[in-house]
Each structure stands twice: as structure tokens, then as C-alpha cells.
Write a protein that binds this ligand. Sequence first.
Ligand code: CP
Ligand code: NVA
Length: 302
Amino acid sequence: MLGRDFTSILDVSPSELSGLLDLALGMKRDGTNQVLRGQALAMIFEKPSLRTRTSFEMAMHRLGGTGLYLSAHEVQMGEREPVKDVARVLSRMVQAIAARTFEHRTVLELARWADVPVVNALSDDEHPCQALADLLTLRERFGNLQGVRFAYIGDGNNVARSLAYASVMAGMHLVVASPEGYELPAETLERADALAGEGSVTQLTDPHEAVRDVAAVYTDVWASMGQEAEAAQRAEDFAGYQLNAELMASAPADALVMHDLPAHRGEEITDDMIESERSVVFDQAENRMHAQQAVLASILAG
Ligand code: CP
Ligand code: NVA
């Protein structure tokens, strides 16, 4: 179903995206077959992870294969040896590579030199596997994604970017609210517009306006991994953009609360919202595994 790499959510077409979600839902409902017996996925992480590492490792295990975790300290990509050598060495031993990097171009460089498929496990620019899991979570709740309107409040970051592309491909309406200077890049909005059939992405500054009439409200951290030095400034700049009861009072009473986790309770989201009955954050986390099973099976056994 997929081409060889999944470095961006834009590597799949709208119909492939829909097919991946169908496959993931089927695997979640019926369990998995051991279609990847004897195959291995090398997982290079330049940044920390709970969900991504565990979900890739368990996805490979459930499909009959193996996930090999390689830490930044171990590989020292670009320092101990060049990215292109890492790509070619791993290609001689494993059937696919997942990489969590700072610079997006590191994922692209791996893909350029590897003879095996490369999957983006989060870069500074994109988090495509997260977007798949998020759409899977919404599909479970609403059946059909077409026409579903939802809001993303906060930083126009990697998570927001992949979500924007995935949403328009699925025919959804994503309304983003960010403080000035933290909006989705103009290029992302243009590319999303170009992709949009029935769907749309709208960038606003007012979070209360963004959550009006939506089925779900999503947020992510204000300072992403690698932006720790900006955290204090960002906390000031993002004041007023917290996902809390007051903001949710502007949304429909049954609107869902979403977060990709890890969450900084008391910053971008309050504890009571994560713990509320409308919260689907742990469904999102579990769905990482089902979504990635679909990606890995499509890439390696499809
Ligand atoms: N949501 C997510 O990618 O979590 P981790 O950073 O723990 O992998
Ligand atoms: N935007 C966050 C997502 C973490 C899963 C980051 O890049 O740190």
C-alpha cells in the first residue's frame, strides 16, 4: 500500500491514509497476524520517548518481528559516524528503520541512503505516526472523519503540522489557534490548502473562537524537545492558550479533550481536563501501537 518511506504524512495519499486507518482498526478489533516473522526494525532515538519506543517495539512484536532500540548515546549519528553510513550499515541487517531526530533533514538523509524503508518517529518538523493515531481515535468515536470539525490550541509545531495535513486529507476541518509568532508556517497552510478537497485548515489567534462548534479540542506542549531554553519565554507567550475548563466552556459540552502526551499539567492543559470523562488521551496513546502496526505491515508485508 505504501511507498518505501514514511518520513512525512505527505508520503501517503488520502486513500492510502484512509486504508491505513481501516487496517489499524481491523488489527485493533481482530488482533494481528505474524506477517513480519523474521523481520527487524531498528529504532534510532535522538530524543527521549515513552509511547513511540514502546508502541514501535510492541507493534513489531505483535506482528512476529523484532524492534531494536538504539539510543542517541549509542549511535551518535553524525558524530561517531555519518548519517549515510548508519543508513547503509543498518540496511544490511534490518528490514526497516524508525528514527526520532532533531532536524527533519536527518530523517530525509537516512531515507536517501538506506536501502530499507525509513519511518519518521518524530522530527522537529513532523510527527506523522502521532497524526495517524489521532485520526484513528477520532474514527473510533465518530465513525466517519469526513466533515468532522476539531480545534488545535497552541504551538504550530511538528504535531500540529502532521495533524493539519492528515486532517485535510481525511476531509476534516481543523481550526488552529496560536499566539502571534507561533502559528503554523505559511508553507504548511499553503500545502494543506493545496491538498484540501472537502477539508480545511484555518489559522486563528483566538482560542475561544477556535473551539466553537468543534467535536474535539487538541493541545500539545508549548516547548517541544530541543526548545527547553525557550520554555520560560514560551510560557509567557502562550498564557491564555491553556486547555482548561474555562476554554472548554466555549466548546460544545460533549467535545473531546486530546493531547499526544507527555503533558505538562498546569501549563498547556490542566489536570482536571486530562482526567475528565471527555479526555481520550490514553486512547490516543494506545492507538499509536495499532496505527504503527498498520504502517509497518503495509510497508514490509503489503
Ligand atoms: N506522543 C509521543 O510521541 O510520546 P513519546 O515522546 O513518549 O514517544
Ligand atoms: N511537540 C512535542 C511532541 C512530543 C511527543 C515535541 O516535539 O517535543
